[in-house]
Design a protein. Structure first.
Length: 235
C-alpha cells in the first residue's frame, strides 16, 4: 500500500448493522455491537496506512425516529464505546473530536465525549470525528444562525462572506474536505452526511454490511480511490 496515494480524509457511513443481525436471527442491537468491532479495525488500519483524518457517521439527527428501545441502546453503546476506546486511542495516538448538535443528545453521552476529547487532545497520529446527533443540513443551518448572530451583534460586517470564513462556523472548523467517502450495505446515497465537506469527494458504495468489513476492506477502497482521476471541476 505504500506506493498508493493516501486520501487525507476518509468519511464512513457505517450502514447495515441491523440487517446484518436480522439476517442471522439476532436482535438489531447485536448488529450494533458487531459494528463496534469493525470500527476499531478500521481505525487501526487507518493509523497504519497514515490516513490523517477519519469521520464515522455514528448517529444522525434522523435516527431519533427509530424505536425508543433502539435509540436508548444506541445512546448507551455510544457511552460504552467512548469509555472503552479512550486508552486504546491514546496509545494509538488518535485524537477524538465530536461533531454534531447538542440539542437532544443525552448529557451522559456528551460527558463521555468531552472526556475522550480531553484525554486525546494532544494525540497527532490521526483525528477521528465521531458524528453523533449529526446532520449535514443542520450543520449548515446552525452555521448560518451563528453567523447571523454575529452580524446582529455587529461582530461581522462584511457584505460578502467567503467559503473560508463560512467554514469557521461549522461544527468542526478544522475538519478538512473529504477525499473519500465509503458507505457499506449496498445503499447508494449520502443520507445528509457532511454535505459541505463532501463537495468533491470520491464515493465508494460497498455491498458488505458494516460488521463484515475490516482493515482489508479499507485497503481495497483506497486501491479503488487510486484508480480514479480527481479533477475538481477542471478538464
Amino acid at each position: 500500500m505504500n506506493e498508493l496515494e493516501m486520501p487525507k480524509h476518509v468519511a464512513v457511513v457505517m450502514d447495515g448493522n441491523g440487517r446484518w443481525a436480522i439476517k442471522r436471527g439476532l436482535e438489531r442491537t447485536a448488529g450494533h455491537e458487531a459494528g463496534e468491532k469493525a470500527l476499531m479495525k478500521w481505525v487501526h488500519e487507518g493509523v497504519k496506512l497514515g490516513i490523517e483524518e477519519m469521520s464515522f457517521y455514528t448517529f444522525s439527527t434522523e435516527n431519533w425516529t427509530r424505536s425508543p428501545s433502539e435509540v436508548r441502546f444506541l445512546m448507551d453503546i455510544s457511552k460504552k464505546i467512548m469509555r472503552m476506546i479512550g486508552p486504546e486511542f491514546l496509545e494509538l495516538g488518535v485524537r477524538v473530536k465530536w461533531v454534531g448538535r447538542r440539542t437532544r443528545l443525552w448529557k451522559s453521552v456528551l460527558s463521555e465525549l468531552e472526556k475522550i476529547q480531553n484525554l486525546t487532545k494532544n494525540c497527532d497520529k490521526m483525528t477521528v470525528n465521531f458524528c453523533i446527533n449529526y446532520g449535514g443540513r443542520s450543520e449548515i443551518l446552525d452555521a448560518i444562525t451563528s453567523l447571523l448572530k454575529e452580524v446582529q451583534n455587529g461582530e461581522f460586517s462584511n457584505t460578502k462572506i467567503t467559503q473560508k470564513q463560512f467554514k469557521k462556523y461549522m461544527y468542526n472548523s478544522s475538519m478538512r474536505d473529504v477525499d473519500l467517502m465509503i458507505r457499506t450495505s449496498g445503499e447508494q446515497r449520502i443520507s445528509n452526511f457532511l454535505l459541505w465537506q463532501l463537495a468533491y469527494a470520491e464515493m465508494i458504495f460497498l455491498d458488505d454490511a458494516w460488521p463484515d468489513t475490516d482493515g482489508q476492506t479499507l485497503q481495497q477502497c483506497i486501491a479503488e480511490y487510486n484508480r480514479r482521476t480527481r479533477r475538481f471541476g477542471a478538464v
